[in-house]
Write a protein that binds this ligand. Structure first.
Ligand SMILES: Cc1cc2nc3c(=O)[nH]c(=O)nc-3n(C[C@H](O)[C@H](O)[C@H](O)COP(=O)(O)O)c2cc1C
Length: 160
């Protein structure tokens, strides 16, 4: 079984969760490719929040090439109560998922279920199969073990 773990992160929380999920998948015998989304023209927090609020995408340096892996994992922060511009761009260019399973985790000060659902909607529109999703509060990252627990829970639900 193969998985691609795609993440966007500025202050490291989403990266930490993406790495915890990657470790968990690896421990379950899943081959993992990890890809970080990098905007071609990096923007600061204020412009980033404005772009997110205006539903503007941000061109990426590279677009992840998905193969025939069984699982796609997307980990990202919520910005302005919605998806970040980099994630919007990634989802816009996402190829048909052909029923592939997906894990979608969104980190934020508050548990933004609406941002999670917006991303899920885009994933479904691109043919995602079962989606396991979760809004993760930043306070979770104060406890390393808890982040590992969240990663394990997501993987168990996605892989069965
Ligand atoms: C530009 C910007 C906008 C943000 N907007 C929100 C928001 O609307 N709601 C929220 O709960 N957190 C918001 N946050 C907080 C981030 O979602 C949170 O700190 C997240 O864990 C950061 O992930 P990262 O460490 O992977 O970059 C915002 C952060 C930034 C930088």
């Amino acid at each position: 079984m193969q998985a691609t773990v795609v993440y966007f992160s500025v202050s490291g929380k989403s990266e930490e969760l993406a790495q915890a999920i990657s470790r968990e998948l690896d421990s379950r015998g899943v081959g993992v490719d990890v890809v970080r989304l990098m905007p071609k023209h990096p923007h600061g927090a204020t412009l980033g929040a404005l772009m997110a609020a205006m539903r503007r995408p941000a061109e990426l340096e590279q677009y992840p090439k998905l193969g025939d892996e069984d699982l796609l994992v997307l980990v990202s922060p919520v910005w302005a109560a919605t998806m970040t511009p980099a994630v919007r761009e990634f989802l816009t260019h996402l190829p048909e998922l052909g029923g592939r399973r997906v894990i979608n985790a969104v980190c934020g000060f508050h548990p933004h279920e609406r941002a999670v659902e917006r991303i899920n909607r885009e994933l479904r529109a691109r043919g995602a199969g079962s989606i396991v999703s979760r809004a993760v509060r930043v306070s979770a990252f104060e406890h390393h073990d808890y982040v590992s627990e969240i990663a394990a829970d997501l993987c168990t639900k996605a892989l069965g």
